[in-house]
Design a protein around this ligand. Structure first.
Ligand code: GDP
Length: 427
C-alpha cells in the first residue's frame, strides 16, 4: 500500500483528526509532518475524547506506528503531558517515535511569542502563543536546537549557552523582560531528555521499510492550506507548510512515494485568529453555525469565525495540493438551515474575480458573490449511505464537488468514526 497525505484544505480545524483516526485503522504508520502544539486535533473514539496537539491521531490503533516528523516543532512539556494523558486513559503510546531532526520549542520561544504579539498591538496575528513561530524562525536562522541534541548533554549545554546569550539580549534590550537562567533551562531540558530519549529514532529508514513492505503510511497534516507560509493569506499565516508539498519536506518522503492526497474541507468555513475571510458571517447565522457546531478552538478555546463555504478559496487550495480526493466534514452542522449559500466568486474594486488573490489586502476588500441552495432541514448524523442523504443535501455535496473540481470520497456527518459515508474508494 502507498502513502496518503491528509491535508487541511481551508483555515485549519477541518476535522483532519477524525479522518486520520478513521483511516488509521488500515494504516501501519502515521506521520505528523508540520506545525507544533498550536495544532489541536479532536478525536472521539472508544477510548474517549482527546485533543491531540503533537501525537499523531493513529496512536489509538495497536498496529500503527506513529512518527513526529522532522518538520514538526516539539514542545517537550506538551508532548510529555499528552503522553501521560493518553496512558491514563489506557492508550498504549510505546509506538510513538520522534525524528532527531525535529526542532525543540524552548522557553524563550514561548516568551518571545507573547512579547512579539503584545508589541504588535492591533496588528497581532492571533497566534496560539505556544512558541511555534519563534521556533520556526530559529530553525531558518540556524539558531534552532533539535530533538536529537537532547541525546548529547554536553553538546546541548554548549549550544544552549550560545543561543541563550542572544535570546537574553533580545529579552532584556528589546522587551525589558527578565533574562532566562542557563542552568534552569538546561536542567529542565535534561529532565525532558530522560523521558524522551527512548522515543528518538531515525524515522526515514522506518518509513522506507514500511513502504517496502507495502504498508499504508498516512501523513497527517496540521493547520490548513490557507494558512500556508507561502500560499496562505500572508502575513496572517502559520510559520510552516501545511500543504501537500510540506508533507514531503516534513517527513523525508519523496514526491514519488505519495499516491493519495486527501483534502479535508468542512461543509462551511471557519477561521481562528486575524486575517481576511471573505465569507465570514458577523450575524445571527454565523452565531448559529458556531453554536450548533461548537466552533471553539481545540488549543485555545477561542470562538472561531464562521461563514459560508468559499469555493474560490477551495478551488485554489485543491489545485495547490493536487488533490486526489476530498473528505467533506461536518455536513450535519447544516441540517437545520432553511437555505445554504456558497461563495462562487468575489467582487473587488468593481471587478468580479474567481481567482483567489495572493494579497491579503486585496482579499480583505473582496465581497462574496453567493449562489443559494435549499437546505434539507432534517438530521443526517445517522445516515451511512450517500443515496440516503436528503435530496437537497446530495445536491449541495455535488455542487461543492463541481466547484472544488476534485472527487468527494468521504462525507462526515458527526464526530464519531462510524458517522461517516464512504462515497468512493480513497485510492
Ligand atoms: P482538526 O484540527 O482538523 O482535526 O480539527 P479540530 O479538531 O480542531 O476540529 C474539528 C472538530 O470537528 C472536532 O471537534 C471533531 O470532533 C469534529 N468533527 C469532525 N468531523 C465532524 C462531523 O462530521 N460533524 C461534526 N458535528 N463534528 C465533526
Amino acid at each position: 500500500m502507498p502513502a496518503i497525505a491528509v491535508i487541511g484544505a481551508q483555515w485549519g480545524d477541518e476535522g483532519k483528526g477524525k479522518i486520520v483516526d478513521l483511516l488509521a485503522e488500515k494504516a501501519n504508520m502515521v506521520i505528523r509532518f508540520s506545525g507544533g502544539p498550536n495544532a489541536g486535533h479532536t478525536v472521539f473514539n472508544p477510548y474517549g475524547e482527546f485533543r491531540l496537539h503533537l501525537v499523531p491521531a493513529g496512536i489509538f490503533y495497536p498496529h500503527t506506528v506513529c512518527l513526529i516528523g522532522n518538520g514538526v516543532v516539539v514542545s517537550p512539556s506538551v508532548l510529555i503531558r499528552e503522553l501521560e494523558q493518553l496512558e491514563q486513559k489506557g492508550v498504549d503510546t510505546s509506538r510513538l517515535f520522534i525524528s532527531p531532526r525535529a526542532h525543540l520549542i524552548m522557553p524563550y520561544h514561548t516568551l518571545l511569542d507573547k512579547l512579539e504579539e503584545e508589541a504588535k498591538g492591533s496588528k497581532a496575528l492571533g497566534t496560539t502563543l505556544s512558541g511555534v513561530g519563534p521556533a520556526y524562525m530559529d530553525k531558518v536562522a540556524r539558531l534552532g536546537i533539535r530533538v536529537g541534541d537532547l541525546l548529547d548533554k554536553e553538546g546541548l549545554l554548549h549550544r544552549l549557552r550560545f543561543v541563550l546569550e542572544q535570546k537574553n539580549t533580545i529579552l532584556i534590550k528589546v522587551y525589558g523582560a527578565p533574562s532566562l537562567s542557563l542552568e534552569e533551562v538546561y536542567d529542565q531540558y535534561c529532565q525532558y531528555a530522560e523521558r524522551l530519549a527512548p522515543l528518538i529514532r531515525h524515522t526515514e529508514p522506518m518509513v522506507k521499510q514500511a513502504l517496502e513492505r507495502k504498508e499504508l503510511v498516512l501523513l497527517e497534516g496540521a493547520q490548513g492550506t490557507l494558512l500556508d507560509i507561502d500560499f496562505g493569506t500572508y502575513p496572517y499565516v502559520t510559520s510552516s507548510s501545511p500543504i501537500a508539498a510540506g508533507a514531503f519536506i516534513g517527513s523525508g518522503l519523496s514526491p514519488s512515494q505519495i499516491e493519495g492526497i486527501l483534502g479535508v474541507f468542512k461543509a462551511y468555513a471557519t477561521r481562528v485568529g486575524s486575517g481576511p475571510m471573505p465569507t465570514e458571517l458577523r450575524d445571527e447565522t454565523g452565531d448559529l453555525i458556531r453554536q450548533i457546531a461548537g466552533e471553539y478552538g481545540a488549543t485555545t478555546g477561542r470562538p472561531r469565525r464562521c461563514g459560508w463555504f468559499d469555493a474560490v478559496a477551495a478551488r485554489f487550495s485543491a489545485d495547490i495540493n493536487g488533490l486526489t480526493g476530498v473528505a467533506l466534514t461536518r455536513l450535519d452542522v447544516l441540517d437545520k438551515m432553511a437555505s445554504i449559500k456558497i461563495c462562487t466568486s468575489y467582487k473587488v474594486d468593481g471587478d468580479i474575480i474567481d481567482q483567489f488573490p495572493s494579497s491579503a489586502m486585496i482579499l480583505e476588500r473582496c465581497q462574496p458573490i453567493y449562489e443559494e441552495l435549499p437546505g434539507w432541514q432534517s438530521p443526517t448524523a445517522h445516515l451511512r449511505h450517500f443515496d440516503k442523504l436528503p435530496i437537497p443535501a446530495r445536491a449541495y455535496v455535488k455542487r461543492l464537488e463541481e466547484l472544488i473540481g476534485y472527487p468527494i470520497k468521504i462525507i462526515s456527518v458527526g464526530p464519531r468514526r462510524e458517522q461517516t459515508i464512504i462515497v468512493r474508494p480513497i485510492l
